[in-house]
Structure formats: structure tokens, C-alpha cells
Write a protein that binds this ligand. Structure first.
Ligand code: KIV
Length: 266
């Protein structure tokens, strides 16, 4: 069953036996599917840049994109908490700008925002919380740091890198984040964070010991190209089904089997 549609409801489920479930959605149809599937949280991730808009990274995603797609998800009226990602540069240029951008996402329909980064983002996290907007943190492989990381690489390998992630997680939870995403980190690091912080962790490529799991909608349904990372499990081949459906329709048109009289206004 989905958790109540508040950040506090999600926060309160820390430590429950049943893991939390979060999935991305970027438009009304994917939001309807996620809602009907009964997930706990819907994330309008800035992965939309790569998954839907065709960019090679998330750095091209703008506030305008995030507002448009958050509003599309919200118009499906999912009962779940909708979390909207703060895109690159929307929270890096000062607390006041971050507050304005977080407010735009809430006005578009989000009940919380997510932002990438650890200790150096604490001031911004506090400023957004000061506006009464719940914040979800995001640590480990943070795609907006792709150039600094030298690619989309697993983070937190080695003792000092692992310790830094645990310290960042503690700092974010103490600052007031209601949940944390742990992306692309060794399972041992995710487990250490999960047992240390008092807020739920959502893992993606972070092993089985987080409080919950998050995946990209298009990866689950098989609509994101041929190659999927090892942490993805595909449950359908929508890309194949869509290609098949369109090519059947094209053959029917070319063979004059479409439209029939019953598909025509008389
Ligand atoms: O943008 C996104 O989809 C995300 C998830 C991968 C957690 O941040």
C-alpha cells in the first residue's frame, strides 16, 4: 500500500520491515501507472534529461523542464508524495535562488524537492527547509557531478570515500532532510549509512540493505534503449511492443486495411 502523500509519512516509515518503493515519472501516463501500481513515492527525476529528452547527461535539464514535467505528473493526481529534482545550477548559486526554484517546483505540484550533494549543500538545504519545503538528499554517484567524477562511476570505494559519504548522510539528516537517495555505492556503504541515519534511505545501485529502492520508470518497463546498468531489473519490453504496434499499423495503412468503415465517420 502507498504511504500517505507526505514527506513526514515517508520519514515515519524508517526501520519498517517492508522496504519503501520510489519510482520516477515524467508525465501523466507514467504517473498514472506508478500511482496505480501503488508505489510509495513518485520522483520527477532530472534523469528525464537522459531518459526522455535524449541528452547524454542531466546537466542540460532546466528549471523550465522540471516545472513542466512536475506539473504533468501532478495533473495525474497521484495519491503518492511527488518529489521533484532540483536541476543543475538551480541551487548552486545561492540560498535565495534555491528557495525561489524550490518554490516553483512546489507550485508546479511537488510535495518535496530532492537535491544532490553533501556537506557543502547544507546551507541550501536549511534555506529550503526554512521555506517549509521538505528536502530529500542524494549522495554517492550524483549525476550532476559527472565531470568531477570523471564519468558515471561507483562512489565510496575505499575507507575515506566511504566515511565521507556516511558523514555527509549524517549531516544531511541532522540538517532536516526527510530521506536520502544513495546511488551507485557499494552495498556495505549503503548499509552503514542506513543503520546510522534516522531517516529512510532509498538505494539505486546500492544493494539490498537500504530502507527502500528507487528505479527509473523507463528502465523497469524496458523503454530506455538496449543497455541497462546491472542494478536494473526489466519487467517488460515496452520499446519492443511499441515498435511492433506502430509497424503493424504502418503495414495496415500501406495495405489499405486501415481505416475500415467502422473506424470512419459517416
Ligand atoms: O533523476 C533521477 O531519476 C534520480 C534517481 C536515479 C534517484 O535522481
Amino acid at each position: 500500500m502507498p504511504t500517505g502523500n507526505t514527506a513526514a509519512g515517508v520519514r515515519a516509515r524508517k526501520g519498517e520491515a517492508e522496504p519503501l518503493v520510489m519510482v520516477t515519472a515524467y508525465d501523466a501516463p507514467s504517473a498514472r501507472a506508478a500511482a496505480a501500481a501503488g508505489v510509495d513515492v513518485i520522483l520527477v527525476g532530472d534523469s528525464l534529461g537522459m531518459v526522455v529528452l535524449g541528452y547524454d547527461d542531466t546537466l542540460h535539464v532546466t528549471m523550465r523542464d522540471m516545472v513542466t514535467h512536475t506539473a504533468a505528473v501532478a495533473r495525474a493526481r497521484p495519491p503518492q508524495l511527488v518529489v521533484a529534482d532540483m536541476p543543475w545550477t538551480s541551487f548552486h548559486l545561492g540560498a535565495a535562488g534555491a528557495q525561489r526554484n524550490a518554490a516553483r517546483l512546489v507550485r508546479a505540484g511537488a510535495g518535496a524537492v530532492k537535491l544532490e550533494g553533501g556537506a557543502k549543500r547544507l546551507e541550501v538545504v536549511r534555506a529550503i527547509l526554512d521555506l517549509e519545503i521538505p528536502v530529500m538528499g542524494h549522495l554517492g554517484l550524483t549525476p550532476q557531478s559527472v565531470h568531477v567524477m570523471g564519468g558515471f562511476r561507483v562512489q565510496g570505494r575505499g575507507t575515506s570515500a566511504a566515511r565521507a559519504i556516511v558523514e555527509d548522510a549524517v549531516a544531511l539528516s541532522e540538517a532536516g532532510c526527510f530521506a536520502l537517495v544513495l546511488e551507485g555505492v557499494p552495498a556495505q556503504v549503503a548499509k552503514e549509512v542506513t543503520t546510522t541515519v534516522p531517516v529512510p534511505t532509498f538505494g539505486i545501485g546500492a544493494g539490498a540493505d537500504c530502507d527502500g529502492q528507487v528505479l527509473v520508470f523507463h528502465d523497469i518497463v524496458g523503454w530506455s534503449g538496449a543497455q541497462a546498468p546491472r542494478f536494473v531489473r526489466r519487467y517488460a519490453d515496452l520499446e519492443g511492443l511499441a515498435t511492433q504496434a506502430v509497424s503493424q499499423w504502418a503495414s495496415d495503412v500501406r495495405a489499405r486495411r486501415f481505416p475500415t468503415p467502422s473506424e470512419t465517420y459517416h
